[in-house]
Design a protein around this ligand. Structure first.
Ligand SMILES: [Zn+2]
Length: 210
């Protein structure tokens, strides 16, 4: 499998690994980029979708929204509940378990709402959202990606990021399955810097990267 998503959505947004709003977009998997909207999960969590407007901005940054898309507090609540179900289910699978049935049911309720169409335009696949309730249709795309990824539709192994404050998820498709961080550009760099500093200070290296 190549591309950003187990269900074949558009490639990783061209806006780079970190958007102007501070979203972390370096993860290849759409559903796990959504999980990363709550950062530093194992330290002081950083909420990057604190308002309906921020949720809409995240959807736009991931080519799943537009500026005129309605966004409400109840949508935000539902979005965060979806996000946390993906995180719990992914964490369970990463540690060799199975997701809680309640989380599976929540994900399945979302995929039942899937109404977006995948269309080919200029050689690129894009999600075309329905006009009514487009934000929930966009979240259903995220849920579909989560189910396909967690259920093993793509190649690779689901892992939890080893950067000690992160708690994010990723799919390791590397040869030998040696990847350790959700994103090299963020967590990978952080660990590398910490190890360099530890080496320079003569302290024990490697303590920060699990
Ligand atoms: Zn990470």
């Amino acid at each position: 499998m190549t591309g950003s998503s187990a269900v074949g959505s558009a490639p990783t947004p061209a806006s780079g690994r970190r958007s102007s709003e501070g979203f972390r977009l370096g993860n290849e998997i759409l559903a796990f980029r959504f999980v990363a909207t709550l950062g530093e999960r194992r330290a002081d969590p950083v909420e990057r979708i604190g308002t309906p407007e921020q949720l809409r901005a995240w959807l736009i940054a991931n080519e799943l929204g537009s500026a005129d898309m309605p966004a409400s507090e109840s949508l935000l609540r539902d979005a965060r509940a979806l996000r946390e179900a993906i995180h719990r289910a992914g964490t369970a699978i990463a540690s060799g378990g199975v997701p809680d049935p309640a989380d599976e049911e929540l994900l399945n309720r979302w995929t039942a709402r899937h109404r977006a169409r995948l269309v080919l335009t200029g050689g690129r696949a894009r999600w075309h959202l329905p006009e009514t309730d487009s934000a929930r249709a966009a979240l259903a795309v995220v849920a579909l990606d989560a189910v396909a990824t967690l259920g093993g539709h793509g190649d690779g192994v689901i892992k939890r990021c080893e950067q000690h404050t992160c708690g994010g998820l990723f799919v390791d498709t590397s040869r030998g399955r040696r990847r350790r961080w959700c994103s090299m550009a963020t967590c990978g760099n952080k660990v590398k810097k910490a190890n360099l500093k530890a080496a320079r200070d003569g302290t024990e290296p490697g303590l920060t990267d699990g």
